[in-house]
Design a protein around this ligand. Structure first.
Ligand code: NAD
Length: 467
């Protein structure tokens, strides 16, 4: 594998230290990756601060062109980026390619937006304008499940709005991001875009930094709380996309054979390591057995293997810590429910766990009450719809949810009562750059995607003129 560098002030530089990055499908070290020091982080922030006035003054049309050029570079190099992504993250190569092209799609979408001045009042007494100004240096903190896609949720809107950036990928998946940084390094003026990597030890320094004006964070709720606390000192703007425990609610009029594939994909994509995956499935008692059987059948048929192998449906868990965590959820499932598919780790190197269905399980077990973030789905039985809604809402999380039914009006009524930022009907995990995305309750703060997401990278400025 290639060597990788940090990007600081327009230059590709070695880290002050290195750290191993492991392939989760083999447990072998892929490469020694640069690891930035606090000093290098501070240099990156200083470079972004110095570059800010020039970039903010660059016409939006020029900023837009730079973002389109980055999209072109991603598309041209999607094969290489996807291969690195599969090797460090574990996902099947087809999914990694889709992630890479999806990344380019986000760049192109944000490049199509504008930040026009809005006239609020133009009367004999006054003229009032609303402008959207950039904030300054933005820190982007990324998790390991969708390293490139989540980068694309943050980078193009931040740059389009005229901010400069310091990006910190997750410690176990820095490589595809560093390759991207190398590929686009020449497109922007020095300092506008910086990449530093860490071994889980620079997030705090970035969120505390007095010269960083906003943090856009995606990760766990526990870390999100820390980000919010350290941002409080300097009153940084924050956007938090955090954990979830999404409920799928399958009403009595749903046809198990028809909905099973959509539910399977909604629960097991990326081996369940999706913030918005279905993590608890509530099924009406009249179709409970059939639904469990259909999902168990799909789990048994899934090919779990190295993501580089053609035909693989599900790759390994991304890292050892997550693998151990999901194994503990399996123990809990065995104690509190009945495993009807999967349930075992695969006896080979790599963090492989077969997709697992757990039936006859209820609230009070860890698998139901906590976020498993892995390929283990608990299926709970309900007997009336109000009860299902109450139980689905009985969580501190509120990221996504879905309702499955052959009656759209009924499903819509249930959807409107679910406490979640996104509720799907007869699907799960359908996302697009122009559809706003944000979590309710402890699943987040603020919005990403769409014009609403772009606005979060700006400061509203009102100019109020006397006549
Ligand atoms: P994590 O919170 O452990 O790490 C996320 C990032 O935060 C990493 O880059 C990490 O290095 C960094 N970090 C660690 N300590 C920090 C600190 N004190 N201050 C600032 N940054 C710090 O999460 P993870 O394990 O990488 O990702 C899994 C979690 O992320 C799950 O809970 C999942 O639901 C959530 N997630 C949410 C979304 C969403 O959009 N809502 C998307 C993907 C993942």
């Amino acid at each position: 594998m290639d060597s990788f560098n940090l990007l600081i002030d327009g230059r590709l530089v070695a880290g002050d230290a290195t750290m191993p990055v492991v392939n989760p499908a083999t447990e072998e070290v892929l490469v020694q990756c640069p690891r930035a020091s606090v000093d290098q982080l501070n240099k990156a922030v200083a470079a972004a601060k110095a570059a800010f006035p020039g970039w903010a003054a660059t016409p939006i049309g020029e900023r837009r062109k730079a973002i389109v050029r980055m999209a072109e570079v991603i598309e041209k190099n999607s094969g290489e980026l996807a291969r690195i992504l599969t090797q460090e993250q574990g996902k099947p190569i087809g999914d990694a390619t889709a992630e890479t092209l999806g990344m380019a799609g986000f760049f192109r979408y944000f490049a199509s937006l504008d930040l026009p001045m809005r006239v609020i009042e133009d009367s004999a007494g006054r003229k009032v304008e609303a402008h959207r100004r950039p904030l300054g240096v933005v820190g982007a903190i990324i998790p390991w499940n969708f390293p490139l896609l989540i980068l694309a949720f943050k980078l193009p809107p931040a740059l389009l709005a005229g901010n400069t950036l310091v990006v910190k990928p997750a410690p176990t998946t820095p490589l595809a991001s560093l390759k991207f940084a190398e590929l686009v390094a020449d497109i922007l003026p020095p300092g506008v875009l910086n990449f530093v990597t860490d071994a889980n030890d620079l997030g705090d320094a970035l969120t505390h930094h007095p010269d960083v004006r906003k943090i856009s964070f995606t990760g766990s709720t526990a870390t999100g709380r820390k980000v919010m606390a350290s941002a409080a000192e300097t009153l940084k703007r924050i956007t938090l996309e955090l954990g979830g425990n999404d409920a799928g609610v399958v009403l009595d009029d749903a046809k198990p054979k028809t909905v099973a594939k959509g539910i399977f994909d909604g629960a097991f994509q990326n081996s369940g390591q999706v913030c918005l995956a279905i993590k608890r499935l509530f099924v009406h008692e009249s179709i409970y057995d059939e639904m469990c059987d259909e999902l168990a059948r799909l789990c048994e048929a899934a090919i779990v293997d190295d993501g580089l192998k053609q035909g693989t449906n599900l790759g390994p868990l991304q890292n050892k810590m997550q693998y151990e965590k999901v194994k503990a959820f399996l123990d809990d499932a065995r104690a509190h429910g009945k495993i009807v598919a999967g349930g075992e780790v695969i006896d080979r190197p790599g963090y492989f766990i077969r997709p697992t269905i757990v039936r006859d399980i209820a609230e009070g077990s860890r698998l139901v009450d906590e976020e498993q973030f892995g390929p283990v789905l608990p299926i709970l039985k309900f007997s009336d719809t109000d009860e299902a809604i109450r139980r689905a809402n009985n969580t501190s999380y509120g990221l996504g949810a879905s309702v499955w039914s052959s009656n759209l009006d009924r499903a819509h009524d249930v959807a409107s009562k679910l406490e979640a930022g996104t509720v799907w009907i007869n699907k799960h995990l359908d996302m697009a750059p122009h559809i706003p995305f944000g979590g309710a309750k402890t699943s987040g703060l603020g919005v990403e995607f769409a014009e609403e997401g772009l606005a979060e990278f700006t400061q509203l400025q009102v100019i109020n003129m006397a006549r």
